[in-house]
Design a protein around this ligand. Structure first.
Ligand code: ZN
Length: 405
């Protein structure tokens, strides 16, 4: 059984301990100590990292009262040499401090949500650069601002944080925010004036070390909300990141902090207007082109055979160009575009040429060649390898159509 010293002292990060056991554990090597200040993963707080006997500890797990410090399996032989030795252990203090900021900060945010709105925390997660808490009810933007301000008030008031191991009677009298997960040796964390919560994590002695608590994003989650936030170093990290982006945008939009939102709105409006204008001009151009193509088309038996070949056109543009031509009477259109070895095509006709069934033409001429596509009696479309698409094939298609007239 390892003595869990972190429960009574969250600030010691350099200590000596005796190595009592070393053996392979899961995909790593486990190192057991007689006592440890390393915090094992649990209760929504990630484990500490650091060094034991110069071996890098990547993770710490708790199992049946034992605390197992995990190092790379390549360290097995060297770690065995430390067995029964007293060795120096060092916890990565910056990481511990950062994790304590998130963990203690989460206590504060959850307590404030409960005290202000009776909103209960039903889930939490500490990530590499953010924390989430899930609340069981939705909160308005105004309520969220009140929550953030109140949580930061608690930080700046530098309130004491105390650890209690109450007897049953004292425990019953405590206004616990949540039910303990264990039934004996219950450890209660008090944040003066705002919270009593059962918890086995590491906490600061006073609230100010949590640093700024900043809500980053709020999304709907089940019947409540998920609040993504950061405390201390996490808050500093994402505020710096966002500030870099914000300053870049200010420069790009020639704006100030205050005028940026309206500049973005104005630019988007202008872009939408320009896109609409471009679409109108494109439509006009299609009409003009359609007239030119119709006028210069070969006429067979009173039918205009309009052939369009333009590698710059997309399928949508082919369809639009062919569509504009079908508004003329007695017109058959074969529009194609070649791109990266593939030819896309549209074959269509005017509504008055009812004797021409283009679906049948597709079936007779194109389908046997393995051409993909299909459509109706009035228009078919598809794609084919450029090796198959040839002047001979176009001629064959034209002949098949003319034969229907
Ligand atoms: Zn805690």
């Amino acid at each position: 059984m390892t003595e869990a010293k972190y429960l009574e002292d969250a600030y010691t990060t350099v200590f000596s301990a005796k190595v009592t056991r070393v053996e392979p554990y899961q995909e790593a090597v486990g190192i057991w100590l007689d006592q440890t200040y390393f915090y094992p993963e649990g209760g929504g707080q990630p484990s500490d990292k650091g060094l034991i006997c110069a071996f890098e500890i990547e993770n710490v797990q708790k199992q049946d009262g034992d605390i197992i410090h995990l190092t790379s399996k390549s360290n097995l032989e060297a770690a065995m040499a430390c067995l029964n030795q007293t060795t120096e252990c060092t916890i990565d203090f910056k990481r511990r401090l950062t994790m304590m900021q998130q963990h203690t900060g989460q206590h504060i945010l959850s307590a404030c949500a409960y005290n202000l709105f009776e909103s209960k925390t039903v889930g939490l997660h500490v990530g590499d650069d953010y924390v989430t808490v899930d609340l069981d009810q939705k909160l308005s933007d105004e309520a969220l601002l009140t929550l953030e301000n109140t949580a930061n008030d608690v930080v700046f008031q530098n309130r004491p944080i105390r650890v209690h191991y109450p007897d049953d009677e004292t425990l019953r009298a405590m206004p616990l925010r949540k039910t303990p997960k264990v039934t004996k040796d219950i450890r209660v964390i008090e944040i003066e004036g705002i919270d009593f919560s059962p918890c086995g994590g590491t906490h600061f002695a006073r609230t100010s070390q949590v640093g700024l608590i900043k809500i980053k994003k709020v999304t709907p989650y089940k019947s409540g909300i998920r609040i993504e936030f950061g405390c201390g170093y996490y808050a500093l990290g994402f505020m710096q990141h966002r500030n870099t982006i914000f300053n870049h945008m200010i420069q790009q939009f020639s704006a100030t902090d205050d005028t940026l939102p309206s500049r973005v709105d104005q630019t988007l409006d202008a872009l939408n207007n320009a896109q609409q204008h471009t679409a109108e001009l494109e439509q006009e151009l299609i009409g003009v082109k359609a007239q030119q193509i119709f006028d210069s088309a070969v006429v067979v038996g009173g039918v205009h055979l309009c052939v369009i070949s333009d590698k710059n056109l997309t399928m949508k543009q082919l369809q639009a160009q062919a569509g504009a031509l079908t508004s003329f009477a007695s017109c058959v259109i074969l529009a194609s575009s070649e791109h990266e070895g593939q030819v896309q095509f549209v074959l269509s006709r005017s509504a008055d040429l009812t004797q021409i069934d283009l679906k049948a033409v597709f079936g007779t001429v194109l389908k046997p060649l393995g051409v993909r596509g299909g459509g109706s009696i009035q228009a078919v479309q598809g794609a084919v390898s450029e090796n198959v698409w040839s002047d001979t094939l176009i001629s064959e298609l034209t002949q098949e159509i003319i034969a229907k007239l």
